[in-house]
Design a protein around this ligand. Sequence first.
Ligand code: FEO
Length: 387
Amino acid sequence: MTVSESIKYVGVNDHEIDLFEGQFEVPLGMAYNSYVILDEKIAVMDTVDRRFGEEWLKNLRSVLGGRAPDYLVVQHMEPDHSSNILLFREAFPEAVIVSSDKAFVMMKNFFGIEKDDKCLVVKEGDVLCLGQHELQFIAAPMVHWPEVIVTYERSEKLLFSADGFGKFGANDVEDPEGWACEARRYYFGIVGKYGAQVQNLLKKASALEIKTICPLHGPVLKEELGYYLELYNTWSSYGVESEGIVVAYTSVYGNTARAAALLAQELESRGCPEVELLDLARTDIYEDVEDAFRYGTLVLATTTYNGDIFPFMKQFILHLTERGYRNRKIAFIENGSWAPQAKSIMKKMLENCKNLSFAENSVTIMSGVSEKNLEEIKALADELMKG
Ligand code: FEO
């Protein structure tokens, strides 16, 4: 990837990883980005994942032309970016590490690095001059760790955005679904809880003229930046991105699945622009989470189970509530062969979510889908299509 004449990409692509951060499936691999700014002084922006230290150093040396870097800017201490700070120090002992105060505490805790005269603490508004290039540091606390800084390069109007605007997927394979799908799954999976903090950062960014965004994962963004910024604004404000309805279900013997599928058919026959029918036991939970945040209406269909609800549904609702799920319409389908309780349990799990409205109609199945249930499903479809 090229960034500009004097800013070089030195990141790596990971096709060995099975689960990113121990839980996210990444069928297209993962990229750990790092950049070098060549000027009178040379700054390296972040390192890469532990397993790629030597490859990264090789990339780095290939653009340095025999010079040594003056600075390593550490924007984020999560180990997928910080794991090679010690390797960098061994290779370039004269370079100064530039980071936030909180990051230096983490550097000691993760790697035993003591703050010394080769460490420079920066805070909001500080500027580091490299020659023609000037790095302006912007605090981005809890996007999505507390120590995070992002960096605006003034001469080329370029934002080094840390994890912001990142996506799943290596940079050397084309993503058949474009940028937004895996960027959305990344955002809601990893950053989603911190919408207010992302909004704060977007507010600061809106005061800057930005021509290029250089994230720590995924491609460098140069064209139509308004598209990416607008999506981030929608996601971080918990807004509705797409018209449509999500029907998320679990099923033990297929009866709840049948009711969910019947509702989906009724919605489609009434002209619903998009119906996402999700079997929570058989789909990637983070694909399901991103859909719940993408659309404005969510139907939850599950069974009463062990005096509670089916585990995949319980886990799904927890994923939503811990990420601040809000501003949506919710409807329920419950099933219980002798004492259905799923609806009231699901509603209770959602009680602390802000600005949810609940459909008046619901469906209660006593084992198999009855004639009465078919009428309830139609009534629910009518209500949901009214908005
Ligand atoms: Fe890409 Fe929060 O680490």
